[in-house]
Design a protein around this ligand. Structure first.
Ligand code: HEM
Length: 351
């Protein structure tokens, strides 16, 4: 079955996406220097990896990037979804930028290919309309008197209290996912599982990406009592030894129970199939130069081969949002947007 026939664009979605772009720009904190990402503002390192597409993949998996064996230098940005203190519960991101990937990309003419993943199997917003409502509540929270009155609470908590009162308590399923996502307290980004949560093409298939660690090969790390404990753990483990992850696809087997348009639903029952291994050699991933390099990168799930087209409303919205927020961020920081080469990235790792 073709992936295309399963996308179901609701009427008025373009206008809602335009509203979401506007809201995302409004919600950016423009007072920090440099201006940080609107979401996932803090990262723990800018890791070098090699993304190795396996030889001998089953014929049904051989599409796009996975059509033939290959090795791609890769930058990995591990991030917190919202918190600046790593000791607090949060969601965590793993963004991959593969270099030297030939071929036409859906976003722009470039040699890079991005994947963006979270350490939770599902996303808290099912569709664009829901996200618009949530962002409205968040924008009102920032202007509301409630967080100002609750001066004894950290601003973030007070604002979330307002969002709960005005939006989340009417959407208990979304709240449940959000709370589960924000409860994660990993000791290291290297032993976690990550998921795309939203669907993509793998040639004719509809898939979700998933990344699983080779956790047994990691040296255990004692969690530091520091707001930067994930950066400390990442740097310590990669100074002592290597790490690795499997990159996998969960191919949708039932369109009714695994809808394209709703990333709040977990795809249970569809097996994970391995496509590639990511090898992270010994390194120092958090030098000043590397942290800065990852700060000024842009990831966008649409920077991909057509065989891996992002699917579903949340992904359709992300194209314009990520482009607009990244553009504004770079303008405010006085840094021209620039898609780097492997040579530029690897030179920083050798310095
Ligand atoms: C409509 C829904 C979404 C909106 C509005 C949104 C918004 C954003 C924005 C504005 C950024 C920062 C972009 C930049 O400054 O370059 C971002 C980054 C990120 N988002 Fe989303 N996002 C959405 C859905 C998702 C989903 C479904 C995932 C699941 C994997 C996700 C994971 C991430 C991660 C990991 C990053 C950090 C990427 C990096 O390291 O630069 N987001 N998001």
């Amino acid at each position: 079955m073709s992936a295309e026939s399963n996308e179901n664009v609701p009427p008025g979605e373009d206008a809602q996406i335009a509203r979401l772009v506007e809201q995302s720009l409004t919600l950016m904190d423009k007072d920090t220097k440099p201006v940080l990402r609107g979401q996932h503002p803090k990262h723990h390192g800018c890791v070098r990896a090699e993304f190795v597409v396996e030889s001998g993949l089953d014929a049904d998996l051989r599409h796009g990037l996975f059509a033939k064996p290959g090795r791609y230098p890769t930058a990995i940005r591990f991030s917190n979804a919202a918190m600046t203190d790593d000791r607090k519960g949060d969601g965590h991101g793993m963004a991959l930028k593969l270099f030297n990937v030939p071929g036409y990309k859906l976003l722009e003419d470039c040699q890079t290919h991005d994947f963006v993943l979270l350490d939770h199997p599902v996303f808290f917003a099912g569709d664009v309309a829901g996200y618009v409502e949530l962002f409205d509540a968040l924008i009102h929270a920032k202007d509301s008197v409630l967080p100002k009155l609750a001066f004894f609470l950290p601003r973030f908590i007070a604002e979330m209290g307002h969002v709960y009162m005005t939006y989340l308590r009417k959407h208990p399923e979304q709240l449940k996912i959000m709370l589960a996502m924000m409860a994660k307290q990993p000791a290291t980004p290297l032993d976690q599982r990550y998921w795309s949560t939203t669907p993509y093409r793998l040639g004719p298939h509809v898939v979700r990406w998933s990344v699983q660690p080779h956790a047994e090969k990691l040296r255990p790390v004692a969690p530091a009592d520091s707001p930067d404990k994930l950066r400390i753990a990442l740097a310590q483990q990669l100074s002592e030894g290597e790490a690795a992850f499997d990159f996998m696809a969960q191919i949708r087997t039932n369109p009714d129970t695994m809808p394209i348009e709703d990333p709040t639903r977990e795809w249970t029952g569809a097996p994970l199939r391995k496509l590639a291994t990511m090898y992270l050699p010994k390194q120092k991933p958090d030098s000043h130069e590397l942290m800065e390099f990852c700060e000024h990168l842009s990831f966008n799930v649409w920077r991909c081969l057509p065989d891996h087209e992002p699917l579903g409303g949340i992904n359709r919205a992300r194209r314009a949002i990520y482009e607009a927020v990244s553009k504004r961020r770079h303008e405010l920081n006085g840094r021209p947007e620039h898609e780097p080469t492997a040579t530029e990235f690897l030179a920083l790792h050798q310095a």
